[in-house]
Ligand binder design. Sequence first.
Ligand code: ADP
Ligand code: MG
Length: 647
Amino acid sequence: MNTLSTLWPYLKLHQRQFFLGTLAVFGAGTAVTLPAYFTRLIIDGLTGAADTNPATAGITAGQVALYALGAVLSVVVSGGLMVLVRRLIVYASRQIEYEVRRDLFAHLSGLDKHYFDRARTGDLMNRLTGDLSAVREMIGFGSWQLSSVVASFVVSFFWFFSLSWRLTLAVLVVFPVIIGVLFMLARLISARYVAVQEQNSVISAKAQENFSGARVVKGYAIEDREITEYKSLNSELIKRALRLTTVEGPLQASMSLLMGLAYVIVLIYGGRMILGLVPGSPLTLGQFTQFALVLDRLAWPMLSIGMITNMLQRGSASWGRLQDIFNAQPYIKDDGRTDSSIKSVLGEIEFDHVSLNFDGQQVLKDVSLKIPAGQTLGITGPTGSGKTVLGNLVTRLVDVSSGTVRVDGVDVRRIPLRVLRENVAVVPQEPFLFSDTIASNVAFGLDNANYAPIPTRISVLKSKAPPPDDRQPDMNRVRAAAEIAGLASEIERFPQGYDTTLGERGVTLSGGQRQRTALARAVAREPRILVLDDAMSAVDTETESRILSGLRQVQQGRTVLLIGHRVSTLRHADHIIVMERGQIVEQGSHEDLLALGGHYAELDRQQRLEGDLKSEDEGKLTRDALTEAASQIKPSGEPLSTEKVKA
Ligand SMILES: Nc1ncnc2c1ncn2[C@@H]1O[C@H](COP(=O)(O)OP(=O)(O)O)[C@@H](O)[C@H]1O
Ligand SMILES: [Mg+2]
């Protein structure tokens, strides 16, 4: 229950609705017992029983009609109030669901690579849907039912005591037993429910991975194995669900049994009181009838205690799972060191004795390097040598373990993240495209400035409805960027041109087209620093050269980190480094490195050889085919490294 306190800020946003709703619940709970009261007046009138009030002894036909009308009216009033309750409390629960979902999404968007490297998409989806619904049910239907049960008990016991305290005490003997049984069952149910939810998450995650990896699964023809695994996860789910059901059944049965017991007591003891067998405690037939009718009305609230405890347990377990997300904090965020006066960067990059460890593994060792603004640094080296990580340090997807990364001479940890990331564009090894038009994919990083951070923890009733999303990509910039990325002519040949909608993750494009779309996206942003992380591995050599010379023209005064394996493109860089096991093992200009006769020279020799082969055997064995072959040898998909070539 402790985790529920964090739900309070959201409830508070709607406290008026909850307060009025609870009042209406009590009103309805009172009104619904009135027919029993009118029944007593009629019966006692008809039997001429001496009631506490002598005026009711004896009754006219007019009075009977009046009481009957009263009974009907009270039912109508209670029905009307119920509608009002729904309008207040259930509405509030839907609104809170919206607010929590909005805040969860905003919070998730603020989390970093560190979190998403570990989180499973299917599990997150499950929390944002299933768990959020469970919370909504607890807040809406759950709190409504809870206050309705409390109202029923308060009103019923008011009547019980006013009718006969002896009979009330007799009934009360059974209640602790009922509550005890309920409590035990509810705890059991809660534990088993959590087990079901956990398995649900595992299954969603499995399905989600299989669907997004459908091509790989098919490609390796491992459908049967995947189906078998899914089946076993699924049968674990049904096992857990059945274990839940086995305890849910006895709950209902034992409730009916215990209520029956209370009835037996009322019948025997009340009957003796009517017959005058209990000295000092006379009871009229009308009073007895009212008692029995009110007790009868209590059966449902008693039964629903089980359901409500369940709903509350489920809701709070689910809220706990949502709270886990809210509790996750980004490792990398603006903090006390951030200097908010920094609004832009020029592009000089400096690595000053930078080291980096991941889980005890040293990934970068004492790397020192300075790239003046506007220059291009070529980076090459075998897979796993730390090239990508070097680029990630500049955008602060990761932070150094020791040493300092500086941009314009300023520690990157002092530059506001937004400023840094608006000025650095990365074209990753594996670009991610959205299932949207090509134009939107290219314009993805644009017109961000119009959006302010979304306020959280505010009521949906007070927040303005978001404007309709009618963003139109700036087509001039999109075209210019596509031109530089060497993509324009191909896109224009598509029947729908820039309006062509891509499949999920851009699967309807070739690998090279995907890479160039991602490149165009980065270029469109006109960043001060551009990181090309093996961004053209699927593009042929000639196109790559053309793109790079186009880039050089527009990238005047921009700093470029060019990670790659082709000497033909690396050679134009102002400075080239060769990485190996997290260290710079060679550096200098193209000529320097050739003269050095190390890894780089070997890479050059190897690629010349392939080039000669290609011109000798034109059309049969292209360099790209070689790269293709090489990438199949290495599971990472990267072309052969210098080391491999030597070996
Ligand atoms: N998020 C991460 N968690 C743990 N280890 C990582 C992570 N990212 C990269 N590494 C490790 O850092 C090393 C360098 O990776 P990377 O920079 O991607 O190499 P590459 O030169 O192929 O781009 C590798 O050994 C890799 O396993
Ligand atoms: Mg890499």
